[in-house]
Write a protein that binds this ligand. Sequence first.
Ligand code: NAD
Length: 359
Amino acid sequence: METVQIQAEKRSYPVMIGEGLRYQLADVLKETTAGKSRFLLVVDEAVDALYREETESQLARLLPVSTYVMPGGEQSKSVEELSRLWEFAAESEMDRKSVFVALGGGVAGDLTGFAAAGYMRGVDYIQLPTTLLAQDSSVGGKTGINLHAGKNLAGAFHPPLAVIYDTGTLHTLPDAEWRSGFAEMIKHAYLDGEAFLQDLKARVQSVEDMKSPEVASWIKRSIEVKARIVEEDEREQGVRAFLNLGHTLGHALEKEMGYGRITHGEGVAAGLWFALAVSNNEGAGHWDLEKEKAWLESLGYPVDAPGRLSADTIVESMKRDKKASHGEIHYVLLEKPGKPMTAKVEENTIRQLLDRYYK
Ligand SMILES: NC(=O)c1ccc[n+]([C@@H]2O[C@H](COP(=O)([O-])OP(=O)(O)OC[C@H]3O[C@@H](n4cnc5c(N)ncnc54)[C@H](O)[C@@H]3O)[C@@H](O)[C@H]2O)c1
């Protein structure tokens, strides 16, 4: 088992990573949950059939458990689902000493974390991630739901008590989810430096390669990169913005192509490549764009996806992104691996680059 200790403003918490940790939950959580009253286990529907039973029986060795099954998918990050979950918590007699537990991917984690942040003015929660993308979503304390007006528009900073990451649960993940989660890992490698990036490039040339026994160590490394940035700037006043690398275009693609037509990670991978192109154009980088593209495409990422939309549609979407400021596009650029910076980029420049690379 590997552990990364995260220092948040409110508390320090461990992220434990290892194959088969779900069978040791009672031991691993014994101290953390001493003095607590009950568990509210929130399970993603797909994960319910796969991992609920063993998780419930481990938790029940510590405290009484009530289980809430939420429908899978992004639509569960809604006010309606949050309301159902809160009502269920109250009916199940959850009190201030109860602990919410999220078993699933980023959706279960974000919803459960936000529900915990607001229930009785705040109860503790634990994350049991089951997707590769959760190496990103379970670290950093951001929780939240979507509003009709946009993604993650209601939320709270609420760090968990602990994150227990059983990499054994990843074996049942569909390829599309491996690819989506791995894009955030690639992003962390670009932000970290040459060594991590070269390691991934050397070892991973297909989705099958992502499922390597090495994945636990890559997850650990990836979490360390995110933790380092988040610890420096938990509330996103400065360097945390670097985590947005690839997301300016990624979000626009997700939104304009339609959620579900391109996964979050596919959008981020296409956005990463474009961020390198923008970096070269702004004199901030010297990337061999063909080489970077070849690697991303070998992993199945749709680097050319922006060509399916007009440059105007993309630029307008970027200007409306909640991370744009006063309609200006602020880009995370990369001089070289491990050397990110943010810069305002003129919308005409973006338009010209989109036309140059995708038309
Ligand atoms: N809080 C943060 O800092 C943060 C960061 C990044 C992303 N996010 C959020 O994370 C969400 C995406 O997370 P995700 O990609 O994990 O999506 P997800 O939770 O929807 O899971 C993806 C799919 O995989 C299924 N699944 C989960 N685990 C499985 C398993 N072990 N075997 C088989 N199927 C499984 C789920 O049912 C779902 O259909 C988004 O809502 C995003 O906004 C949050």
